[in-house]
Design a protein around this ligand. Structure first.
Ligand code: ZN
Length: 210
């Protein structure tokens, strides 16, 4: 089903999380168009997250290109000079078939581990147009991640509060690829072989490009 969705445009917009300079990251932005609720642009993420998710995004790009997809990345270096509205707009402008946000988790409980996939809650005017394909992509990605990595399945998580979801006009999901606060998962996430494994899982989930 996702392959059919993607066949129309076949551009995947990869969005490795964080890497926002502090001065920009602490600025606030509305969580959705016209919303009085604001959130900071970037809280910085888990320790070391920005490097790990960039490495996974680059590997995913390599595999997607090999499959015939076009790929854009919100950042291909340590820094993204904007907030989540800018990230969403970057992918909107390119008419992405999917905005794939790549993150790693953190917790005060070091035993917590596993993968989850976040998708936007349905809200009229914000996400109703992208809700269905986003949920389908999330299901496919979560299934593939669990099957390929063997990581504990923390399931799908619907979110109404993520700026990067509410401003997206293209299908969007966010993968939490594991916990950097768990010693074993941290070691895996920082290894090239596991980064490739996650990249393979993400690529497989999207199916053929056309
Ligand atoms: Zn993050």
């Amino acid at each position: 089903m996702l392959a059919e969705t993607l066949a129309v445009a076949a551009l995947v917009c990869l969005d490795p999380g964080h890497g926002t300079p502090l001065a920009i990251g602490r600025q606030r932005e509305p969580i959705g168009p016209g919303s009085p609720v604001t959130k900071i642009k970037d809280g910085g993420g888990a320790p070391g997250e920005e490097e790990v998710v960039l490495a996974i995004a680059r590997r995913t790009r390599a595999l997607l290109l090999r499959r015939g997809y076009r790929v854009a990345m919100t950042r291909d270096g340590p820094t993204f000079r904007g907030g989540n509205i800018e990230r969403a707009r970057f992918c909107n402008r390119r008419g992405a078939a999917l905005m794939l946000r790549i993150h790693a988790d953190g917790s005060s409980d070091p035993s917590r581990r596993g993968v989850s996939t976040l998708y936007p809650a349905r809200r009229r005017g914000w996400t109703d147009d992208v809700y269905g394909p986003s949920l389908r992509a999330a299901r496919s990605i979560q299934r593939s991640l669990v099957a390929t990595t063997g990581a504990p399945d923390l399931g799908l998580v619907q979110r109404s509060d993520l700026t990067g979801f509410n401003w997206a006009d293209v299908p969007v999901v966010l993968v939490e690829t594991g916990f950097l606060t768990n010693p074993a998962e941290r070691r895996l996430l920082r290894s090239s072989s596991y980064q490739w494994k996650v990249a393979r899982a993400l690529t497989r989930a999207l199916g053929p490009a056309a």
